[in-house]
Design a protein. Structure first.
Length: 375
């Protein structure tokens, strides 16, 4: 955008595209003065002592009791104000301000695989958290609106330009719809195979966006498989690709990959000792889906074009999974040359549970650079 180039983004979490849309709006024409004036009106509306019940968050089991009654009321007032705006650009940016204020004003804190809870929430949770003083939602929102306003000049200077095409959906289905040899560069950081469940860590934001419990669970299954709850997508992918040769080529690459199959074999031998037996399915599902993503990137990137991917290796039961090497091997099977795997100077440690049994072992954090082969 800031370099005058047109871009396309694919993101399945609605929050991601809302952020990207807000940046594009702020950089391309949203009036600084209008935003400031409407922000002040929203803050005034948020402080009302009553609220329209229609706009109160409809909590799901994993977000119940996340807010005080005052915060719930203030959030409802903000949602009502935004819903009644006739300017969708302003509504998008104001919704981002609200979304980015939720956690700070709640009894929760994001922690990778789930939300941690302050005991003042009244929930019976084992992982206790003391957040200290929790500010009012309106106080957090006012600060967030000021921060956004302060960013306007920077965004207009550095990111003005053609608005990107933003696609809300899964790369497993949306990449297939893009034309061959169309893109000269892809930058991506897919989910890591580390059991992080973004539908739980972003549960407050999803509820704000009117996701109910069944929709959150469906989204969890639609995400790239990175948790022990994800079921295999092979049957659905076969249907999506209408049993075409390319999907079987991808499955063979996974099923016949020696390093991946060695990892899976080792984990199966120690299945009874794993913290969760479904870790085996997680690894198999993750590489099946990432192999398909890599295949599609090999199709849509033009000859000489580049893919830059950020990803982490993982470790289960003391067995390091060389995600960087396996995915780069898939890339070379699907039309790329692996130009480099840059290893970050500082890796990440294994989990405390694994440290106790296997000792501390630093796992590689990497950036891959793949170049599409001409012909």
């Amino acid at each position: 955008m800031g370099m005058g180039l047109r871009g396309t983004g694919i993101e399945i979490l609605p929050l991601g595209n809302l952020i990207a849309q807000s940046v594009a709006h702020a950089a391309n024409g949203l009036s600084h003065e209008e935003f400031r004036a409407v922000s002040q009106k929203m803050l005034h509306a948020t402080s009302k002592l009553n609220c329209n019940k229609q706009y109160i968050l409809k909590h799901i089991p994993i977000t119940e009791k996340a807010f005080s009654s005052q915060a719930d009321r203030e959030i409802a007032n903000a949602r009502e104000f935004i819903a009644k705006l006739d300017n969708p650009v302003l509504a998008t940016v104001l919704n981002l301000a609200c979304l980015s204020s939720l956690e700070e004003a709640s009894y929760t804190r994001k922690d990778g695989q789930f939300l941690r809870w302050d005991s003042r929430s009244g929930r019976n949770v084992s992982a206790k958290l003391d957040k200290g003083e929790i500010p009012d939602f309106s106080t957090v929102l006012a600060a967030r609106l000021r921060e956004i306003e302060e960013d306007f000049s920077f965004l207009k200077e550095h990111y003005s330009g053609p608005n990107p095409t933003l696609i809300t959906g899964s790369s497993l289905t949306e990449l297939k719809k893009l034309p061959d040899n169309e893109y000269d560069c892809v930058v991506t950081s897919p989910p890591y195979a580390n059991r992080y469940d973004y539908t739980r860590t972003y549960a407050l934001e999803l509820v704000y966006l009117d996701y109910d419990d069944s929709q959150v669970k469906a989204l969890r299954q639609a995400l790239l498989s990175a948790t022990v709850e994800n079921r295999s997508k092979r049957e659905s992918l076969l249907a999506t690709y209408q049993d075409a040769a390319e999907i079987h080529q991808v499955f063979r690459a996974v099923d016949e990959h020696p390093a991946l199959q060695e990892v899976l074999s080792t984990l199966r031998e120690h299945a009874e000792e794993l913290s969760n037996r479904n870790i085996i399915n997680l690894i198999e599902n993750y590489f099946t889906e990432m192999a398909l993503v890599t295949y599609e990137l090999g199709r849509v990137v033009m000859p000489g074009g580049s893919v830059f991917m950020i990803n982490d290796n993982v470790q289960y039961h003391g067995e390091e999974v060389p995600v960087d090497l396996i995915l780069s091997d898939f890339a070379e099977q699907f039309g790329f040359h692996c130009n480099a795997i840059w290893i970050l100077a500082r890796g990440k440690g294994n989990s405390s549970q694994q440290m106790g049994k296997f000792g501390r072992k630093e796992i590689r954090k990497c950036v891959y650079h793949w170049v599409k082969v001409d012909g």
